[in-house]
Design a binder for this molecule. Structure first.
Ligand code: AMP
Ligand code: GLY
Length: 429
């Protein structure tokens, strides 16, 4: 199949890596294209230049390469309606319409859909001025949870005990045009990401994963796009996936269909397992990064079959997904200064050495090439080192051996990805 993947991150590299593996295993013969892609993706796919936010340009590219499936990775093009343009041209596309992607694009819209569908989530107030903001902060009390209503690349949320900081963040969100801010009840308990593949009607859950959003060990410091992930979650209740599908994902998909804006693609359900039960922290309308890197490493069913079935409305006819029994750990290597800033242009070496380790592969995100073809950093999250191992301890050890072989001046990474889970120290309150 000719497949075009839109995006530039390690998530898109993970998707391409999985599709390439199908060809390498001889179960399929794909011709892979990506735009804009990155230097890692370039080893497996033909790269094209395109503005990912321009639906007409993406559609023209898809037609030019004869794509039989287009996969839109990131949220910004989805919210901009790029999948609609491609779909309107009659090309199967994996990813929701712009209307359906509002589940991620507007936190207040997501809250409205959840309320209509009876989905358990944090209580919330939507505020449009500072008086409402202050009243909402005082109604819930500390810890304060303050979220920008719109897309903010993982940086729109502040969770803090400091009322002044909460107020300042909320006021900053209100300050931009049409600014709205959502103040929420604080959810205790560990977080879980569950990706649900949807075709507008049917929901097929992948395996749950856990993400590490804060920049530092022990969840210290500011939120980032995500510093690492692992799966499986041996500590999670055994009925969790079924519960999330029946109480959260399916009612949401049904509600979106009822509204005439069916949801297809990945409904990313971000959960907190709290003392009062399972609650939705957020919805996203796409695969999560870096959870995807770990989840897809374990998927034994060909990914292309899953994505094509979702794009064509055929998930009900898909065989149950098959999974590798190994555990998978992903550690993100970030550039100096991330997430506040990101140094670019420093040489990155050791990728091949890391990949020589058994069970280890390295996915690119913020990388670039110099004129002479040397790999350099070009963004905040530079690489994802992904390892499969017989259990979490084995996968962790391999992932960190891989990280140790990567050289990038000033880079940093968390050293505690999957550590609490490996030690049996994660519990649901
Ligand atoms: P979001 O962008 O909504 O996923 O929020 C980013 C991160 O902020 C989440 O992954 C949580 O770690 C934290 N967070 C968001 N909402 C809450 C909440 N209601 N209670 C506690 N932590 C939260
Ligand atoms: N892993 C967090 C996200 O993709 O939003």
């Amino acid at each position: 199949m000719k497949i075009l993947v839109i995006g530039t991150g390690a998530r898109e590299h993970a998707i391409i890596h999985s599709l390439h593996r199908e060809t390498a295993a001889g179960t399929a013969a794909h011709e892979l294209h990506a735009a804009p892609g990155n230097p890692g993706i370039a080893a497996l796919a033909t790269l094209h230049t395109v503005d990912p936010l321009d639906g007409a340009a993406v559609t023209a590219l898809a037609e030019q390469v004869g794509a039989e499936l287009v996969v839109v990775g990131p949220e910004a093009p989805l919210v901009a309606g790029v999948a609609d343009s491609v779909r309107a041209a009659g090309i199967p596309v994996f990813g929701p319409s712009g209307e359906a992607a509002r589940l991620e694009g507007s936190k207040s819209f997501a809250k409205e859909v959840m309320a209509a569908a009876g989905v358990p989530t944090a209580m919330a107030h939507v505020c449009t001025d500072v008086d409402e903001l202050e009243a909402a902060l005082d109604a819930f009390g500390a810890p304060y949870v303050v979220k920008d209503d719109g897309l903010a690349a993982g940086k729109g949320v502040v969770v803090t005990d400091d009322r002044a900081q909460a107020l300042a963040h909320g006021a900053a969100c209100l300050a931009h045009e049409g600014g709205r801010v959502v103040v929420e009840e604080y959810l205790d308990g560990p977080e879980v990401s569950l990706f649900c593949v949807c075709d507008g009607a049917t929901v097929v859950p992948l395996v749950p994963a856990q993400d590490f959003k804060r920049v530092g060990d022990g969840d210290a410091g500011p939120n980032t796009g995500g510093m690492g992930a692992y799966t499986p979650l041996d500590w999670a209740p055994s009925g969790l996936v079924q519960e999330v599908v029946s109480r959260i994902a399916q009612p949401t998909v049904d509600e979106m269909a009822r509204r005439g804006t069916p949801f297809s693609g990945v409904l990313y359900v971000g959960l907190a397992l709290t003392s009062r039960g399972t609650r939705v922290v957020e919805f996203n309308a796409r695969f999560g990064d870096p959870e995807t890197q770990s989840v897809l490493a374990r998927l034994a069913t060909p990914l292309s079959e899953v994505m094509l079935a979702a794009a064509r409305g055929g998930l009900a006819g898909l065989e149950p997904l098959r999974w590798r029994s190994e555990a998978s750990v992903t550690v993100v290597v970030a550039s100096e200064g991330y997430p506040a800033s990101a140094r670019s242009g420093d040489p990155v070496t050791g990728v091949e050495d890391a990949e020589a380790l058994p069970g280890v592969h390295v996915l690119h995100a913020g990388t670039g090439l110099t004129e002479t073809g040397e790999l350099v950093s070009a963004g905040g999250r530079v690489l994802s080192v992904v390892a499969l191992g017989s259990d979490l301890a084995d996968a962790r050890r391999r992932a960190y051996e891989g990280v140790a072989r990567i050289e990038l001046k000033g880079s940093h990474h968390r050293t505690d990805i999957a550590r609490a889970a490996e030690r049996g120290e994660v519990s649901v309150p």
